[in-house]
Design a protein around this ligand. Sequence first.
Ligand code: AMP
Length: 261
Amino acid sequence: MLKTLKSAEDIKTFRTEIQTSNHKIKVGFVPTMGSLHEGHLELIRQSQKDNDVTVVSIFVNPTQFNNRNDFDSYPNRLKSDLDSLAELKVQAVIVPEEKDIYPNGYTFKLTESQDSLDLCGKARPGHFDGVLTVLIKLFNLLQPQNVYMGLKDYQQYKLVKGMAADLFLDLEVVGVPTVREDSGLALSSRNFNLTDEQKVVADQYAQIFAKDISLETLRKELERLNLKIDYLVEKWGRRFVAVFIGDVRLIDNRPLVKNHE
Ligand code: AMP
């Protein structure tokens, strides 16, 4: 049975309940913003392989959106998400409201002052402070042994791993390779907001991004499509891209050395 946890108290009680059984229960945690797709499900399956109990959170965290419009238009499919989690036999889902996570507003926050300022952090000021703050709160409440993050959001993965090491958190951050459509398009909840025409452009962008060509040629090829490039750079041994197709912002990255993830 899928347990629904809403408040901080619910999460702590759940943690205590599973802890009281006779052997040390391993908890895997998959934080998400919902509108679940195969990428999320891959993280969940990986967690189920490694742990006794898997907990998923679904929370569209307002503090990581620097743009109200982007927050308002973020897809919401809670009913079908809960059905998917029940089908996968996930033990518990955390679906808090804003007041549960930020009882005192957002006066205390966790700030990273280096890697979070580039790429998505440059385009979305304060985004990663919001991500790290909500995650440290959820980690403190649930106290998972393992946390699963997609390499699709590599900068986020790197920052969460860095936070865990720097704050001496007693947990492992596990990176899971990007799940893609046949076209190479990385699965994303934001893909649900693409019109049919925009989806065609998105597939073309993904095919071009997969090519083994210079950054310059890649930029030229992308510029021929009906999209706006936010960034296209190489860093941390990877190639990173963010584009707008209409109002939909899509990101992706690939390792520079082939067959590495
Ligand atoms: P989100 O709901 O977009 O915040 O994503 C929740 C988690 O799922 C994050 O760790 C993402 O990196 C991961 N994720 C999202 N899309 C994919 C994908 N296509 N492949 C693998 N992981 C993903």
